[in-house]
Design a protein around this ligand. Structure first.
Ligand SMILES: NC(=O)c1ccc[n+]([C@@H]2O[C@H](COP(=O)([O-])OP(=O)(O)OC[C@H]3O[C@@H](n4cnc5c(N)ncnc54)[C@H](O)[C@@H]3O)[C@@H](O)[C@H]2O)c1
Ligand SMILES: CCCCC[C@H](O)/C=C/C=C\C=C\C=C\[C@@H](O)[C@@H](O)CCCC(=O)O
Length: 265
């Protein structure tokens, strides 16, 4: 295939928004998109860390390639403002990575609000800008689910529910977009355990299920930990491969695999 640009230029001119981008997987996603020439808006509630990432990547990629905006994905108002600022500043949105997420079985309603409702809010607001039927130029949404979106974690039933919801929402949105002609692809990643803050002090995050942490800790020991870069590379694959819509990519230490779901027909 004749490449008109180098692979690293593949996202030149594309505008990406990444939620939960200040640290962890989101930071790695933002850096990987920048490395491939996208312009990236980083959204998070951690101002200090988010601004530090932007300061660092600006040295590497130049001015006007990255912007940090404080945005709590629990607030539709803040999401609308951040996305409008993105469009006003850079001219549109081509890529959305709904990545922000927490693990807290005590504050389980907050977990639902961030992990599931935050993905719905982000997708619906982004569609107002990306949908070809309403003046957008199409694009792709990649949602960060989890292996807990494919199978239950005994120690965190609500977290499990949110991630199952992200997988289901992503697949349904992908179908709705395809049938409606929105021109927006929707995909999800399901990483196994990744070395980030989210999995530190797990027992303190399990609430009434803290006595069940052994099974999860044992699984973590058995499977090993993914790096954030390994996860970000999978996000890049789903962003760049325009054949992917409604796809769910499981990411394990030993490799990655697209999930096949039972046919409903
Ligand atoms: N670490 C893992 O083992 C693992 C595995 C699979 C999936 N995930 C998922 O990956 C995503 C990123 O998690 P991580 O491991 O990088 O965790 P992390 O705690 O290192 O980073 C999460 C980021 O999201 C931000 N955030 C939290 N609540 C927010 C909100 N309301 N609005 C905006 N930003 C918010 C945090 O400030 C932080 O910067 C989450 O959705 C998580 O469920 C993590
Ligand atoms: C308490 C840690 C939460 C980490 C959340 C993060 O999203 C990582 C998830 C990684 C793996 C999840 C695997 C789920 C496997 C299930 O299908 C089941 O096989 C697990 C059985 C053991 C258990 O702890 O429930």
């Amino acid at each position: 295939m004749l490449r008109l640009t180098s692979p690293k230029m593949a996202l030149d001119g594309k505008i990406a928004v990444v939620t939960g981008a200040a640290v962890g997987i989101g930071e790695a996603i933002a850096r990987t998109l920048l490395q491939n020439s996208a312009t990236v808006v980083l959204l998070d509630v951690n101002d200090a860390a988010g601004k530090a990432v932007v300061e660092d990547v600006t040295k590497q990629y130049g001015e006007d390639k990255a912007l940090f905006l404080r945005c709590n994905v629990e607030s539709e108002e803040q999401i609308k403002a951040a996305f409008q600022k993105t469009v006003d500043t850079f001219g549109g949105i081509d890529i959305l990575c709904n990545n922000a997420g927490i693990l807290n079985e005590s504050e389980w309603e907050k977990t639902v609000s961030v992990n599931l409702l935050g993905v719905v809010r982000g997708t619906y607001v982004a569609l107002q800008h990306m949908n070809k039927l309403t003046g957008g130029r199409g694009g792709v949404v990649v949602n960060t689910a989890s292996m807990a979106g494919l199978g239950p974690l005994v120690s965190c039933p609500v977290y499990t529910a949110t991630k199952h919801g992200v997988v289901g929402f992503t697949r349904a949105m992908a179908a709705a977009s395809a049938v409606s002609g929105y021109g927006v692809r929707c995909n999800a990643i399901c990483p196994h355990f990744v070395q980030t803050d989210l999995i530190t002090n797990i027992k303190s995050k399990l609430g009434q299920f803290s006595h069940l942490d052994d099974a999860t800790n044992q699984m973590m020991e058995n499977t090993g930990l993914l790096t954030v870069s390994e996860v970000a590379e999978s996000v890049l694959e789903l962003v760049m491969d325009e054949t992917k819509n409604g796809d769910v990519l499981m990411i394990l230490k030993q490799g990655k695999q697209y999930i096949t779901f039972p046919s409903m027909q």
